[in-house]
Design a binder for this molecule. Structure first.
Ligand code: NAD
Ligand code: MG
Length: 407
């Protein structure tokens, strides 16, 4: 039986990589739904190629444009828009597999709907899990959904863990590798002045702008520690971060007998995506085989928490529990957007998140409404902090136009 996919966030970087793998295996996969936010033209091109039943966009105007273009091209894909249409696409009886590749909190509702509908979920949207934690994992368990990690580190750990997670007794630690991003060796005193363009230039991976900035602050690794905690059920003290600039080892699992298992590969998201799409089979992903002789040497170092305060803040949020991780994520989303729009400097991202966490009245969320409430409160607090800063420190080397990614 072919797998029928809903691809949430099909016009993004993960969306592109997923469709690249899907196109290689028409005998295995068909596409039920594709979704985008505002990049209607790209969505139309994807619809003409993959012929989904449904296409979803963010607003009525984009929907009207996409509808007209598809009609003119003789494509029968139905067009819908808005958050409720995303939820419908994720829980539809016409799909069995949902690739969660929307960036940020906007992906939570449809990804949770997929869990509640018992789907097989390929999770890239780490923010959804960071925000909702136990609520999401309970939904997966209670509704018989299957959760397969697409984030390269978590996919690597998944590959290195015993199939039966009840055998976790032998696992001592999991070790998340991190490239250290574009500023691993940059003089810390110059970090306040880096531009969005510099922050988005990742040494090893090509990704969307938000996760690229998160990689530069290492908030991405912090979110991944929280993600790993929920996916694999280990406490924070059993999750280590190891800087590995080449991004060849994607993560490791350490066992009681001294064994350490690692998953290696070229840094290309098509590998973890193909693994999760075909699991437990293995299929061609289009990624070249790893040539270790060519790479010759691999380096490792400890993370520098002073250079990367966001990593430490994420670990504190995990330790604090309650809605702290949701608040951390929300404050970070607001701060990253402000940085990309050149309203704050790079080091203000960490300052904003810290200020929001310092003022947080923490509590245990009893349901999704509490999580969304904490998210909204933290966004308000982050905006107030950004607007009220006594000494704003925007980057000095401004360029004339604000280049916002609209997808
Ligand atoms: P991206 O910015 O390239 O794409 C984001 C997608 O989400 C686009 O299709 C966009 O249209 C859609 N989207 C954005 N805002 C939306 C909204 N409000 N409502 C509905 N749809 C919206 O991002 P990406 O790099 O593909 O990352 C997607 C997710 O995968 C993120 O959570 C990221 O952390 C995670 N991830 C990405 C990579 C990577 O290599 N890119 C690796 C690991 C994990
Ligand atoms: Mg990752």
């Amino acid at each position: 039986m072919k797998k029928r996919l809903t691809l949430l966030g099909s016009t993004g970087s993960i969306g592109d990589s997923t469709l690249d793998v899907v196109a290689r295996h028409p005998e295995r996969f068909t596409v039920h739904a594709l979704t985008a936010h505002r990049n209607g033209d790209k969505l139309v091109a994807q619809c003409l190629r993959f012929r989904p039943d449904v296409a979803v966009v963010g607003d009525a105007e984009t929907a009207a444009r996409v509808k007209a273009q598809l009609r003119d091209a003789g494509c029968s894909t139905q067009v819908a828009y808005g958050p409720e249409a995303l939820v419908q696409a994720a829980q539809s009886g016409q799909c069995d597999t949902v690739v969660a590749a929307i960036v940020g909190a906007a992906g939570l509702a449809p990804t949770l709907a997929a869990a509640r509908a018992g789907k097989r979920i390929l999770l890239a949207n780490k923010e959804a899990l960071v925000m909702s934690g136990a609520i999401f994992m309970d939904a997966v368990r209670d509704h018989g959904a299957t959760l397969l990690p697409v984030d390269s580190e978590h996919n690597a750990i998944f590959q290195c863990l015993p199939r039966d997670l009840a055998e976790h007794g032998g696992v001592t630690k999991i070790i998340l590798t991190a490239s250290g991003g574009p500023f691993r060796t940059r003089e810390p005193a110059t970090l306040a002045d880096v531009t969005p363009e510099e922050a988005c230039k990742h040494p090893n991976w090509v990704m969307g702008r938000k996760i690229s900035v998160d990689s530069a602050t290492m908030m991405n690794k912090g979110l991944e520690v929280i993600e790993a905690h929920w996916l694999f059920g280990l406490t924070g003290d059993r999750i280590d971060v190891l800087i590995h600039p080449q991004s060849v080892i994607h993560s490791l699992v350490s066992y009681a007998d001294g064994s350490v298992l690692a998953q290696l590969g070229n840094p290309d998201m098509r590998t973890p995506i193909a693994h999760a799409l075909a699991f437990p089979d293995r299929v061609d992903s289009g990624v070249a085989q790893l040539d270790l002789a060519q790479i010759a040497s691999l380096q490792f170092e400890k993370p520098d928490y002073e250079r990367f305060p966001c990593l430490a803040l994420a670990m504190q949020a995990l330790g604090a529990g309650g809605v702290a991780s949701a608040a951390l994520n929300a404050a970070n989303e607001v701060a990253v957007e402000a940085f990309l729009e050149r309203r704050i400097g790079f080091t203000d991202i960490g300052r904003t998140v810290q200020a929001v966490l310092d003022d947080l009245s923490n509590y245990t969320p009893s349901g999704l409404d509490d999580v969304l409430g904490a998210d909204a409160d933290a966004r308000r607090a982050a905006r107030a902090f950004i607007e009220g800063r006594p000494h704003p420190t925007p980057p000095t080397n401004r360029t004339s136009s604000v280049n916002r990614a609209v997808q």
